[in-house]
Each structure stands twice: as structure tokens, then as C-alpha cells.
Write a protein of this length. Structure first.
Length: 247
């Protein structure tokens, strides 16, 4: 097969992540956003448009904006908070090529608890050892650069930020790796919330074992993420013909 243009591939991957987020029930109405730096254009971003459900978005629907939020390509508008969150994180953290923001239920439930944390009590949780930052101050909607910059600072050098009373941000260097982190973050939170509902104390694993296991998971993590994401795209092609149209 001929190689696909990198920008077209970016559109396909981001659309696939949005559709699967809807399938995995990580979305919330037509809200929240996934974005990606345009390959070869570090000051431009692809982002999902306002008004479309994630389950219906195609690569052609994604909007390209510049660093000021001006639409360069696209036939749909972009919701205001999208750029103030995503644009500022992309600009403030060059490693954040992909930024995923959701209000997915179980991870968000933990953000509503005083001192809520992803606890090191399951194997899935160990992949997040020393990779999560916590924003402890809910500050309203992100409607200006200042709030976006505050969130970027709260994220620091971590790939994941849990936003108090709000939701999560996951950043990565590719759609596949970022989506893998988003997916397993929600699975991790789900099991933790279920365990907490029993009223019994969580069994926290010793730090040295957690750290060792985290390194083991990371060793094959990129390949695993790519294989998982390729499988997800094959399933979309099987179940939803036309999902990947570029025009």
C-alpha cells in the first residue's frame, strides 16, 4: 500500500480515537476535546469541531487551527474552551504532541473526592507510577490563556493531569500512546472505585514493587499501544465503513 500523507494519517488516527472514546463511554455529549500538533507544522493543531458527536466524526471533520486559535482548515467551529486548554498545553509543553481531555466517569469521580488519587492498588495503576499530576484547585471554565497556562503548569513534566472537580488531561507523543493511557486510566479508576465501594481498605502495594512493575510495563508499552490502536482501527473499518473519509 502507498504511504499515507502524515497529516492525513494524523487526521485518521485522531478521528479513530474520538470514535473509540465514544464506544468506550469516555465522552460526554458533544463536549471535551482531542487535539494533535499537525505533523511538520508545530504551531498548528488538529482538534475536533464543536457540535458533532464523537461517534460521527470523520478525519475530514477535524479542524486545523493556528497558535492563536484561528481556523486554517475546516468547515465547523471550535468550542472556546478547547483552544484555551489544548492550545496552551501544546505550546507550553513541546512533548505534548497529542492532548486528550475528557470527563470520563470513573476517573472524574476520583477528582471529586478530597485528596482523591489513583492509588497503587492494582497492576493497571502501576503504569501510572510517578506519571500523574494533580490540579487541586477548580477555577471555573477555561476561557482565557491564563487558565490554560495554569493547567499546563499544574501538569508540569507529567503525561497525565487529574483536574479537581472536573476531569482529566492526558498528553502523549502519538495518538496511540495517549489513547492507551486514557483507556487504561479509566479502567484503573473503575476498579478502584468498585473496590472503595466495599468500604474495606485498599491493599496498597509496596513502592519498590510498584516502581519495578512500572518499568516492566513501560518496556513494551509503546508496541502494545500501537498494536491495540491498530486493532481498534481495524474494528472501525469492519463495523463503520466510511469512518475514515478524508473529504
Amino acid at each position: 500500500m502507498p504511504a499515507i500523507d502524515p497529516v492525513a494519517q494524523a487526521r485518521i488516527d485522531l478521528a479513530a480515537a474520538l470514535r473509540w472514546a465514544a464506544r468506550h463511554q469516555l465522552n460526554e455529549g458533544i463536549d471535551n476535546h482531542f487535539s494533535m500538533v499537525v505533523p511538520g507544522r508545530e504551531d498548528c493543531f488538529l482538534i475536533n469541531p464543536h457540535g458533532l458527536h464523537w461517534s460521527e466524526i470523520t478525519p475530514a471533520d477535524l479542524v486545523m487551527t493556528d497558535a492563536t486559535g484561528k481556523i486554517i482548515e475546516g468547515r465547523h467551529p471550535v468550542e472556546a474552551t478547547a483552544f484555551y486548554i489544548h492550545g496552551r498545553v501544546h505550546l507550553g509543553n513541546p512533548r505534548a504532541k497529542v492532548v486528550l481531555h475528557t470527563h470520563m466517569p470513573y476517573a472524574t469521580a476520583l477528582t471529586t473526592l478530597a485528596g482523591g488519587r489513583i492509588e497503587m492498588c492494582t497492576q493497571n495503576a502501576f503504569r501510572y507510577y510517578d506519571r500523574i499530576a494533580y490540579d487541586e484547585e477548580y477555577n471555573g471554565l477555561a476561557l482565557d490563556d491564563e487558565e490554560g497556562d495554569r493547567l499546563c503548569r499544574a501538569m508540569g513534566g507529567k503525561e497525565i493531569l487529574l483536574l479537581r472537580n472536573h476531569g482529566v488531561i492526558v498528553a502523549g507523543d502519538s495518538v496511540a500512546t495517549a489513547y492507551e493511557d486514557l483507556y487504561f486510566l479509566e479502567r484503573t479508576a473503575l476498579v478502584q472505585v468498585l473496590a472503595m465501594q466495599t468500604g474495606r481498605p485498599l491493599e496498597i502495594v509496596p513502592t519498590q514493587i510498584v516502581a519495578r512493575t512500572a518499568r516492566q510495563i513501560a518496556e513494551g508499552g509503546r508496541e502494545q499501544a500501537i498494536l491495540h490502536f491498530e486493532a481498534l482501527k481495524r474494528m472501525l473499518s469492519r463495523d463503520e465503513p466510511g469512518w475514515d473519509r478524508l473529504n
